[in-house]
Ligand binder design. Sequence first.
Ligand code: PAF
Length: 287
Amino acid sequence: MKPQVVRECSALHSLVKSLHLQNLRVGLVPTMGALHAGHISLVKESLKNSDWTIVSIFVNPTQFAPGEDFEKYPRTLENDLALLEKENGNQNIIVFTPSADEMYPKNFFTYVDVAGVAKPLEGQFRPTHFRGVATVVLKLFNMTQADIAFFGQKDFQQVQVIRQFVRDLNVPVTIQMCPIKREEDGLAMSSRNRYLSADARQRALCLSRSLKRAKAMILEEGIRDRATVEAEIREILTHPKHSIDYVAIVDPETLLPQEGAGIQLPVAILLAVRVDDTRLIDNMVIE
Ligand code: PAF
């Protein structure tokens, strides 16, 4: 069965109200569409942990800066619905796919601006990004009244930003982070992977390869000098057609460098690299 598709906030509100009146647990999987196996793993997790799953599909304009890929971001609703249909055995998936005007009507003036964990890394390279993410995600929490929401670890900093505003603003939702889904050769799944040419796709493997190498250095070879590990990662990522935005070896909670020159566990390693014109991110938490 095709999942039920809802396009208007008012219709979603009525549906959600009736689910809550029946004491049903609602899970939310926020997405921008162009669904892949990573998204589907979040949907499966939500179906396991809630009675109803709302999958939002909305390419959120406020999280893209001018010159980023908002216009070219893949919009594949028919294919997304076909993928979700396969998971909709118990007919308890709702797809919420509003228009931009529905989400941001005329005279929209309120944004969620998270400090702290939103400021380094992505926050430096995409200064308006998390403001857009936090705003749309809070709106989705309010609209769906979800009990639990599922996000992929691939956007590790995004999950920390969402956790921060949920805590700060007392939003009554549980945030569950799910593991990164990788292609067989290690590339982290992303809707943006489809921008890569065959050659760039091959070179993009340097991200996961560098993380694997860093893990081996830290856990197997006992190397704890941050600069040594970072230099090795950078060497693996370096190519004339790549440009590295950041290699960060940081505290997983604060996303700031740990004190001193050494690495203490747990540690998070986060990467952002432009492979040709495509900006890719990946990360690993080493416990
Ligand atoms: O991770 C994403 O796809 C987006 O940032 C999200 C959470 C759906 C908000 O637009």
